[in-house]
Design a protein around this ligand. Structure first.
Ligand code: ADP
Ligand code: MG
Length: 314
């Protein structure tokens, strides 16, 4: 079955080229892009954009589907090891494809370390806990480290050059750039057999750029739009999406747990699994799964070492 743009009723070669130059290169991308955005980016009329959007959704079967079909699709779900069995266990066996996992925690807690370890483990064979695919890493804070990937791969007795070759990195300089990169994922992921997409961090640019109460709703709207694009990407291509999020101090809450994740309800609702990370003694950390639709709330300890993430020795 062809899923060329031209295979859709109402898309001729002129329209197709308009869509392509707007970055809407696949039916998946069109299916998840709001009609208004298609219209604005391509200059097509509302009626045409609406028709194309409907056809793309129908083709992608993203409207109504039977539970049985979703069950069938979920059978293709893969899990990627984090490097720590204890952490994998509370995640139900590892980081899931067809889902978005959010790593939440304070500065220095190990969010980036988990992401960097995953860039290595995702490339392992399925029977070794990998996804047998390449990785895209969207770095918004400039903390991506190829040297660290090299170290983790070498310590795990893998070929570091080969592992580095399987990681595609994009540095996002502002939130618009970050959104543009996410739009490009719909083309890049199938081309490069990407099985893991990391956005580290999802929210820092948004927080930095949309300052003040009056800009909050616009920020949340845009964040919501792109979180949902990532989730659709995960479902459409059987990809694991991992995003990181900082905790922010909540001045309204004086007693007890004063830290809460940034991004509010939008973030909480869009992410499939949320993992809270906290510091423990020395190089150990505690992870807790919260708000998951099907995983129980559980905690695990892990360590950050030269090997990346690993279990705490008993
Ligand atoms: P964040 O949650 O802010 O992304 P990081 O993932 O950058 O935090 O984690 C920083 C922590 O990782 C620090 O405690 C640091 O000591 C540890 N770390 C970084 N590199 C190594 C390494 N090569 N070996 C052991 N620990 C490391
Ligand atoms: Mg970090």
């Amino acid at each position: 079955m062809s899923n060329d743009l031209e295979s859709i009723k109402g898309i001729g070669s002129v329209t197709a080229s308009k869509l392509r130059s707007a970055g809407l290169t696949t039916l998946e991308a069109i299916a998840v892009t709001p009609v208004r955005e298609i219209m604005n980016k391509t200059g097509l009329s509302y009626e045409t954009a609406l028709k194309i959007s409907r056809e793309a959704r129908r083709f992608m079967k993203v409207d109504f589907v039977r539970a049985k079909d979703i069950w069938e699709r979920r059978k293709n779900m893969l899990r990627c090891t984090t490097g720590s069995k204890a952490l994998d266990n509370i995640l139900g066996g590892g980081i899931e494809t067809q889902a978005m996992t959010e790593l939440i925690g304070d500065y220095g807690v190990g969010k980036t370390q988990i992401c960097l370890t995953l860039t290595v483990t995702a490339q392992l064979l399925k029977e070794e806990g990998g996804l047998e695919g390449s990785v895209i890493y969207i770095d918004t804070e400039g903390t991506f480290s190829p040297e660290r990937i090299y170290q983790i791969a070498s310590e795990r007795e893998l070929d570091p050059q080969k592992i580095l070759d399987g990681v595609i990195i994009a540095r996002a300089y502002n939130s618009d750039h970050q959104c543009l990169l996410i739009d490009h994922l719909f083309k890049k992921c199938p081309e490069e057999n990407v099985k893991l997409v990391i956005v580290d961090s999802m929210i820092s640019h948004f927080r930095g750029e949309y300052v003040g109460r009056e800009n909050l709703s616009e920020r949340q709207q845009r964040l919501n739009e792109y979180l949902h694009k990532l989730l659709r990407l995960a479902e459409a291509y059987n990809i694991a999406v991992v995003i990181t999020n900082q905790v922010q101090a909540n001045p309204a809450q004086f007693w007890g747990d004063t830290d809460r994740p940034a991004g509010g309800h939008i973030m909480a609702h869009a992410c499939t699994h949320r993992v809270y990370l906290r510091r423990s003694k020395g190089d150990t950390r505690t992870a807790k799964v919260i708000d998951s639709p099907y995983l129980p709330e559980n905690t695990a300890k892990f360590r950050i070492t030269e090997r990346g993430i690993e279990d705490v020795e008993e």
